[in-house]
Each structure stands twice: as C-alpha cells, then as structure tokens.
Write a new protein. Structure first.
Length: 135
C-alpha cells in the first residue's frame, strides 16, 4: 500500500464494528522523555525514552438505537474496553495492520448545534500495551 486516503477505516469497540458510524480515528502514541544530560554531554541535551502512553480520539455520527454507538459508550462508561483499528475495513495484512488495545471509557458526550449533524467525539486513554497485528 502506498499513499492512500482514509475512506474505509475499521473502528471496533467492545467487539462491535462501528465503521458505518465512524468519521475520524486518531491513535496518538507517545514515549515519555527522560533527561540524561550530564557534564560529559558537551553542552547538548541527552534523552532516553521512558514510559509509553496513548490516547484514542474518535468521532462518530451519533446513533441512539439499541446496541449502537451511544448505547455502547454509555453502557461501558467507567470500564476498559477492547478497541481495534485498521486503515481499511478488510483483512489484517502487512499493509493493513490492526492496532489492538484496551481503552478506558472515561467520557461520554451529548450535544450539538441546531440543524447540525449529530456527532459524538470522545478521547479515551489507552490502558496497557498496544499490539500491531499484521496477520
């Protein structure tokens, strides 16, 4: 896979594929930096990586039907749920890896503007390691 447009991303939460409601998915992964600068650093900062952390930011076209996006998030508020992301909603391959992790559902959002599309935006911290599956 070369350059591509994100038009068919797979977003799965708690075992349910919500790709038909997904608008945006952003998994931000960081490693904490630890300063190891010392007198022998020749005037330059030296760093090593520390603890890793991640946050998943999701936007959905909202849906209040039973077992849909709002009901799933509400039912899991305060719980850790399995999340899976793929660039394309097809099989897992080396060019279409699946990121698998557990996210803490620590927020639920409701609201919107008059006449606007009802959407739900959430930002959840990842709890534990992230797996990048390629097959």
């Amino acid at each position: 896979m070369a350059v591509f447009s994100m038009t068919a991303t797979r977003v799965e939460i708690a075992g349910t594929n919500f790709s038909d409601h997904g608008v945006s998915a952003d998994l931000s992964i960081d490693a904490n930096t630890l300063d190891t600068t010392n007198f022998a650093s020749s005037g330059w900062t030296e760093m090593i990586a520390g603890i890793k952390s991640a946050t998943i930011n999701l936007t959905f076209n909202d849906d209040y039907a039973a077992s849909n996006i709002d009901a799933t998030i509400w039912a899991n508020l305060g719980a850790a749920v399995a999340v899976k992301l793929r660039v394309v909603n097809t099989g897992i391959t080396a060019t279409n890896p699946e990121f698998q992790f557990t996210a803490l559902v620590n927020q639920h959002r409701f609201g919107g503007a008059v006449g606007a599309l009802a959407q739900k935006q959430v930002s959840w911290p990842v709890s534990g390691a992230i797996t990048r599956a390629v097959a």
